[in-house]
Design a protein around this ligand. Structure first.
Ligand SMILES: Cc1ncc(COP(=O)(O)O)c(C=O)c1O
Length: 396
């Protein structure tokens, strides 16, 4: 049989996958046969879902569905093209007004995902003359975006304010004419801990830098009305760029950047993931508007209260780490051990993902438990009882 040079590609794929599997890092998709809610069905098995970022149970909320269906009937599904090319649909404008109101900023711009928001905005505002200083545990989209920008990069150990300050000083000394952007999250996605935001804001102000804050896991969870850590710490008006996602606690899809009208206009003109990508469907935007409305309502307040009840309840169980957010990591260490722990939980009826390298550092593989307002105390207690069994030494 004649082999072409292209055969090398298949060998590359096969050998790479074999290497990934040998390292215990192979990832596979699990199909759900039910909506994404607290109780899911997969392969005829009923599982209590502790894996989703749907912290308030809005992903399958009837009001979001109703808003999406109504918008579908009014505006259709596909958006047709980029918002700059074929005209922006009213639902996107409504969503941006709602988000700006919710975040108490003057303006907001939405993107098709959090990944797209970061990849479009950071390389738009920073180039090779600039400096970006990131927390070590920033999400992959922030890291990728910073790299793509070509800016000088500095990484500070997680939440280490002294190191952040020395990087800021370094930037001022070595790159005196540069713009400096500090990038941090409010709640870290794999550790569930919270940034010392007031201190970060003080530092970046003292050194004349801007702050890009990703509130993906803070919005809907922290602060009055779920407005996030910026609201809770009273720093919102000092943060130049506030990012948040619409597909986590808000139960819809997409993401936003909130800030000044000038920032919005600049991003419309420069963020490539906004300019060169088809707009999200209008029904998705309408569902997100409804989610923002719910957050501002009595129902939203009681959902946030129920979520915090579950966070405190799980944290009060001996052996379970306490968390300052809806994310509770149980560190296992080895990648295969973490996978085995996830499988045991699955056998016991719980969907809890094992998180491994490269999402977290090697040797810090973990079970990532996420809580939702819609878990019952019974769901949470049963999970904790299972984790207390001797086969889970990380907890028991
Ligand atoms: C901190 C953080 N930022 C951004 C994103 C990306 O958001 P999206 O899923 O909307 O692309 C995620 C997603 O997991 C995240 O955890």
């Amino acid at each position: 049989m004649k082999h072409s040079r292209a055969d090398g590609w298949d060998t590359f794929l096969r050998d790479s996958l074999a290497g990934i599997e040998k390292a215990g890092l192979l990832r596979r998709l699990r199909v759900l046969d039910s909506p994404q809610t607290t109780h899911v069905v997969s392969g005829r098995r009923r599982l209590v879902n502790f894996s989703s970022n749907d912290y308030l149970g809005l992903a399958n909320h009837p009001a979001l569905r109703e808003a999406a269906v109504q918008e579908w009937e009014k505006a259709g599904y596909g958006a047709g093209a980029s918002r700059l090319v074929c005209g922006t649909l009213a639902a996107h404008e409504r969503l941006e007004e709602a988000i700006a109101g919710f975040k108490r900023t003057e303006a907001a711009l939405t993107f098709s995902s959090g990944y797209a928001a970061a990849m479009g905005s950071i390389p738009a505002i920073c180039s090779k003359e600039d400096v970006i200083i990131l927390d070590k545990l920033c999400h992959a989209c922030l890291v990728d975006a910073a790299r793509l920008s070509g800016a000088h990069l500095r990484v500070f150990p997680h939440n280490d304010l002294d190191k952040l300050e020395s990087h800021l000083q370094w930037a001022r000394e070595k790159h005196p004419g540069s713009r400096v952007l500090v990038v941090a999250e409010s709640v870290y996605s794999m550790d569930g801990d919270v940034a010392p935001l007031r201190e970060i804001v003080e530092l970046k102000d003292r050194h004349g830098a801007w702050l890009f804050l990703d509130e993906a896991h803070g919005v809907g969870v922290i602060g009055e009305g779920g407005r996030g850590l910026a609201e809770q710490t009273g720093t919102g008006d000092r943060i130049e760029i506030q990012m948040g996602t619409l597909g986590k606690a808000l139960g819809a899809h997409g993401a936003y950047l909130a800030g000044s009208p000038r920032l919005r206009e600049f991003l419309i003109n420069r963020a490539r993931s906004f300019i060169y990508s088809t707009a999200p469907p209008a029904p998705v935007a309408a569902a997100a508007v409804k989610a923002v409305e719910i957050l501002g309502s009595r129902e939203g307040a009681s959902l946030i209260k129920a979520l915090w009840h579950n966070i405190h309840f799980l944290g009060s169980i001996p052996g379970i780490p306490k968390s300052a957010s809806a994310i509770v990591p149980v560190i296992i260490g080895g990648e295969s051990e973490a996978m085995a722990a996830g499988e045991k939980l699955l056998a016991a009826g719980f969907l809890v993902p094992a998180i491994r390298y490269p999402t977290v550092a090697k040797g810090t593989a973990r079970l990532r438990i996420t809580l939702s307002a819609t878990h019952t105390e019974e769901d949470v207690r049963r999970l904790a009882e299972t984790l207390a069994l001797p086969c889970f030494p990380a907890v028991s």
